[in-house]
Design a binder for this molecule. Structure first.
Ligand code: C2G
Length: 173
């Protein structure tokens, strides 16, 4: 049993298999299907998904102000079935500590971060995986569409066949 076991609920039957632990970072403001599809695919890379979401103060440091506060964004992420734990992201420098504290095996980010020095150095501590971004949707675009206040201007969510397969698998389980 390692020191992180109190962080991860053990199966009720007492069997304890080594959990493969996944970690991702983001703001996740105005939650949309691009975020959800990232989280679903990240969760599929392991047994337990930790999401570190940017605090309002950290965002201010990036010159960003989210529409929803940290507390609201945290509540929304905790309601997603793919997410097991939500923690605060308060600095660029916390990632190694997060990987060690939560026993992370793989850090996952969207492809817009591929090769970034913000993540590549983590390869000394865990795997690093970049997943394709979902095209045609972003928090910025949602805000622009809302500002245009054109009814029905929200982009239609393209079919997510992988999720359908995922759902079918769940149903068959
Ligand atoms: N994402 C995606 N497809 C989209 C939009 C976002 O796959 N259409 C992914 C991003 O690549 C990111 C995650 O969803 O991995 C969260 O996106 P943001 O909230 O925009 O996160 P970001 O501003 O990139 O913050 O320390 C890193 C930062 O916290 C990342």
């Amino acid at each position: 049993m390692n020191e992180n076991d109190d962080l991860f609920p053990l199966p009720s039957d007492g069997t304890y298999k080594g959990l493969r632990r996944v970690l991702t970072y983001g703001t996740f403001d105005l939650l949309h299907y691009g975020h959800v599809r990232l989280l679903r695919r990240a969760a599929q890379l392991g047994d337990y998904l930790v999401v570190a979401i940017s605090t309002d103060e950290f965002n201010a440091g990036k010159g960003k102000k989210s529409f929803y506060s940290y507390e609201v964004r945290k509540e929304m992420l905790e309601s997603i079935r793919y997410v097991d734990l939500v923690i605060p992201e308060y600095s660029w420098e916390q990632k190694v500590d997060d990987v060690k504290k939560y026993g992370i095996d793989v850090v996952v980010m969207g492809g817009d971060w591929a090769g970034s020095e913000r993540f590549e150095y983590l390869r000394d501590y865990c795997d690093v995986v970049y997943l394709d971004r979902t095209p045609g949707i972003s928090t910025t675009q949602v805000k622009q569409n809302l500002n245009k206040s054109v009814p029905g201007s929200a982009p239609a969510a393209p079919a997510d066949d992988a999720a359908a397969d995922d759902a079918t698998d769940e149903d068959e389980a």
